[in-house]
Design a protein around this ligand. Sequence first.
Ligand code: CMP
Length: 139
Amino acid sequence: MAERTLAIIKPDALKSRYAGKILQRIDEAGFTIRAMRLLNLSKKEAEGFYAVHRERPFFASLTTFMSSGPVIVMALEAPDAVKKWRTLMGATDPAKADAGTLRKEFGASIENNATHGSDAPETATFELGYFFTGMELAR
Ligand code: CMP
């Protein structure tokens, strides 16, 4: 059964002009892009997205970073999409990510780590709904 996950190309990757390379890797891995948008998140919008992390020491810095420039948000579809996208991204910290993963290749630090992905199917439902309307996801 096809599953969907929310993927983000973060501000650091867009600034470094890695967006095209990351999109190519998404295509080559066999994901179907069901919805996609370029956004400039406000600090408040970034805080709403990462609300589960609001008690973490890195919350303020993370949400400032995520609102520092454009991001690309996508609904990616594939069998086991949540796990498949997390595997392609690699570990949160690029220094610990396996060779060949997106974060190893395009990430610079645990915060400037190039991409985001939902961590579970239930999280994906919330995160997809945060950025896309029911109509956009009804394809
Ligand atoms: P992401 O997958 O977008 O989910 C939460 C983000 O918080 C994570 O990627 C990192 O970019 C960021 N972050 C910053 N510092 C830390 C940290 N110490 N541990 C985990 N995540 C962190």
